[in-house]
Design a protein around this ligand. Structure first.
Ligand code: ZN
Length: 131
């Protein structure tokens, strides 16, 4: 199944944990692994703290400093910074599913990371059920 994510900034982290939980509930699968995968080359998936929004700001400020938007890149589309960030963050995460619940730590949330927004994005959620 797929989740739609609407972003509003060029670089942004959006907490999609509740949307992933809803997708898992709809599947009725209780145990297995949940694969959450961005379907884009300029949007990533990461797991990090979703309690203090300052964490997202610090992550984005740091990644933007390390990989500036314009750094004499060769890619004609002009968004190489976004492609590089996705390769560093990774396009997907794999989360254990136990008794119908995602196994995440108290402070952990699943984020879609927009690196070339604003856009409407698609995230694929695939559940691999225990046999
Ligand atoms: Zn590109």
């Amino acid at each position: 199944m797929q989740i739609s994510v609407k972003t509003s900034q060029r670089t942004q982290m959006i907490d999609i944990t509740s949307q992933v939980r809803r997708a898992v509930e709809e599947s009725k699968i209780q145990n297995g692994l949940v694969h959450v995968c961005s379907m884009h080359t300029t949007g990533a998936i990461t797991i990090n703290e979703n309690a203090d929004p300052a964490v997202e700001i610090d992550i984005l400020n740091t990644i933007n400093k390390v990989i500036p938007w314009d750094d004499h890149f060769k890619h004609m589309e002009g968004n190489s910074a976004a492609h590089i960030k996705v390769s560093l963050f990774g396009p997907s995460e794999l989360i254990p599913l136990e008794n119908g619940s995602l196994v995440l730590g108290t402070w952990q949330g699943i984020f879609f990371c927009e690196f070339d927004g604003p856009r409407t994005r698609r995230v694929n959620v695939k559940i691999l059920a225990d046999s």
